[in-house]
Write a protein that binds this ligand. Structure first.
Ligand SMILES: *Cc1c(COP(=O)(O)O)cnc(C)c1O
Length: 399
């Protein structure tokens, strides 16, 4: 079956004969006998015990995702960060070392440096496209490589099959955060990744209603994560899973529409004189265009651009928007912008911002599903406003 069909039909839970999947809103499950209870607890037979470990609605979502990512199994979590927490708690111990891509989600860097650092786990950050730096960063204590490809907000990509070779030679797990592309546009397991991770409240939900996370991969690497989940309780709830399973029905169609819109907006942005630079994975001048063609089957509608005039101009642009929302999320039907330097990346030092290219004039846009001409019109008037140096009050007091 094609992926769009699997996104709709896989793993339907047999709760009753309703055409739309029902939600399994239950904490616990009945056993027909004391023997059955004992068998389930002892792993002799499969079956539900308690919704902290398994729930039919959560399993429906996990089965869909397993199929979409070409995995053997998947496990859902309370959030994307809970999934990262599970990775470290399950696979790392004191003294271990992790290599992180430098452009990875800011909170992920913070979690590894700040919190796992407390338990003797060290982390090195490496530029995604610097293969020498990756090789130099690996040591005999390196147990995990964590990358996001493409990165947000600068849309750099990692060569996944090359990284997979590096990970295997060093007996480390390669984990790829695929949130920006969704399984429609990239399947990292096909390129040698051991695990693929998603923050599910983004494109999988599609309408920004829920918070959740999921990890997919081979059965032998997912099972230890499930064991951790049973002990830690950072599980996804049934309602969130239900929203996500329905969200996945339209994922293929939405991703295609997002990309179509984003391409139009990007082409328009590149023609604006007050826009100094535009970042996207479909840019014809992307330095890693070959890697992108090799491993992506489509593109993310996350694009970024640098406004002439630094932070003041970027803020004026953001504040002047009427249709496009000021919101630090991605993957919604609604278009959204954020100013990375003062929000998502505010915990980085000025030096790190400079090193990672998070400049003051940088604006990140996630193009939604509104008509592209309406998005462009709103951006047009906001960019015009961004170049007006004096506020009305200043002009009045000057005159
Ligand atoms: C949002 C996001 C996360 C964090 O996930 P939460 O569900 O918000 O905890 C991690 N990685 C990427 C790429 C994200 O966009």
């Amino acid at each position: 079956m094609e992926q769009s069909t699997r996104a709709i039909h896989m793993g339907f839970p047999s709760l009753d004969d309703s055409h739309a999947a029902a939600i399994a809103m239950t904490s616990a499950y009945d056993f027909t006998s004391a023997q059955e209870a004992s068998d389930r607890f002892n792993g002799v037979t499969e079956g539900n015990i308690y919704s902290r470990f398994t729930n039919p609605s959560v399993e429906h979502f996990e089965r869909k995702l397993t199929s979409l990512e070409n995995a053997e199994a998947a496990v859902a979590f309370a959030s994307g960060m809970a999934a990262y927490l599970a990775l470290a708690m399950t696979f790392l111990k004191q003294g271990d070392h992790v290599v992180l891509a430098s452009g990875i989600f800011g909170t992920t860097t913070h979690l590894f440096r700040q919190y796992f650092g407390q338990f003797g786990i060290t982390a090195t950050c490496v530029d995604l496209d610097d293969q020498h730096a990756w090789q130099a960063a690996m040591c005999d204590r390196t147990r995990m490589i964590l990358v996001e490809s493409p990165t947000n907000p600068l849309l750099k990509v990692a060569d996944l099959s090359w990284l997979s070779g590096l990970a295997k030679r060093n007996h480390a797990l390669l984990v790829v955060d695929n949130t920006l592309l969704s399984p429609v546009n990239q399947r990292p397991l096909n390129h040698g990744a051991d695990l693929v991770l998603h923050s599910t409240g983004k494109f999988m939900d599609g309408q920004g209603r829920t918070v959740g996370g999921v990890i997919a991969g081979r059965k032998d690497v997912i099972q230890p994560l499930k064991n951790y989940l049973r002990s830690s309780g950072t599980c996804m709830n049934a309602f969130t899973a239900w929203v996500l399973s329905h969200g996945l029905d339209t994922l293929t169609a939405r991703m295609a529409m997002h990309e179509q819109n984003a391409r139009k907006v990007e082409a328009w942005l590149r023609q604006q004189s007050c826009v100094k630079q535009v970042f996207s994975t479909f840019s014809p001048v992307h330095p890693q265009a070959e890697v992108i063609a090799k491993q992506q089957t489509g593109h993310s509608p996350v694009i970024s651009f640098i406004v002439e005039g630094g932070q003041a101009a970027a803020w004026r642009c953001i504040d002047a928007l009427n249709l496009v929302a000021r919101c630090t999320n991605i993957g919604d039907t609604k278009s959204m912008v954020t100013h990375p330097a003062s929000t998502t990346h505010c915990r980085y030092s000025q030096e790190e911002k400079l090193q990672y290219g998070i400049s003051d004039g940088l604006v990140r846009l996630c193009v939604g599903l509104e008509a592209s001409q309406d998005i462009i019109q709103d951006l047009g008037q906001a960019l015009a406003a961004s170049q007006v140096k004096h506020s009305l009050r200043e002009v009045v007091s000057l005159s």
